[in-house]
Write a protein that binds this ligand. Structure first.
Ligand SMILES: [Zn+2]
Length: 245
């Protein structure tokens, strides 16, 4: 009995040795599933080091000549690109920003391919061709239109806006100060009868310059909805600003 077990153990050990030998032989060409998870994670970290950023995009990784697999294969192995990044200890963008990065990249690819600003038709074709999860409608919803996105990209490339501004979701109501529409401004002035709600001077009578003020500042989460906006003259608005600071 004992002899038999020992013999089995020896046999399985020798089998293991053979297997180990075989696997190491297969591992060397480094393709597909022969690449270990550890190798993938190290490769992601190396790529991040080369780029000099703890956040790497699919496109950046795929463009890296020393990648061990393509991003799609990695995503399949780890159940998602972001999961692989997390396991590698790298930073992951929030879902919507991550999507925005990908959307902007695809938009620029399409721009390059067509040698022209993408239209709904050309973008639609491009997205279909690469089997993308995005649609032109998603672009319009997120960026407030293709033309608006194109302008932002040009501004970004000229260094006029930051990456965050480029990736910001377009907000119809105007999530930021700059995006109060002329129509909304007029509505607020009209509601307040073109009069400063603080000192009561009016633009017609006293010829003061009126401005739109956020009751709750944007920096503290105030929105650009009508209820959060009020008319102030330039003096009261500046004065208020000083008190707030
Ligand atoms: Zn005033």
């Amino acid at each position: 009995m004992q002899n038999g077990t020992e013999a089995n153990a020896t046999r399985s050990q020798s089998l293991l040795k053979v297997r180990k030998y075989d696997f190491s032989g297969v591992l060397s060409p480094k393709k597909g599933f022969d690449v270990s998870r550890k190798e993938i994670l190290n490769s992601l970290r190396d790529c991040a080091k080369v780029i000099g950023c703890r956040r790497i995009t699919i496109k950046q990784y795929d463009a890296w000549p020393h990648r061990v697999l393509c991003s799609r294969q990695i995503a399949v192995r780890f159940g998602g690109w972001d999961i692989a990044l997390t396991e590698a200890g790298l930073e992951v963008r929030t879902t919507s920003t991550g999507n925005a990065v990908e959307m902007v990249e695809l938009f620029m690819d399409c721009w390059e391919d067509c040698n022209d600003v993408p239209t709904i038709k050309t973008l639609s074709n491009h997205l279909y061709k690469i089997n993308s999860k995005f649609s032109p409608t998603m672009y319009s919803r997120y960026f407030g239109g293709l033309r608006r996105l194109a302008i932002k990209i040009v501004k970004y490339k000229n260094g006029e806006i930051s990456e965050n501004q480029l990736l910001d979701k377009f907000c119809k109501k105007g999530a930021d100060r700059g995006s109060i529409s002329a129509k909304l401004r007029y509505t607020v002035f009209e509601r307040d009868q073109f009069t400063c709600v603080s000192c009561g001077r009016s633009s017609k009578r006293d010829s003061v310059r009126l401005e739109i003020d956020h009751k709750i500042p944007v920096s503290r989460g105030g929105t650009s909805e009508l209820s959060n906006l009020q008319t102030l003259c330039i003096d009261c608005n500046r004065g208020k600003g000083k008190i707030c600071v």
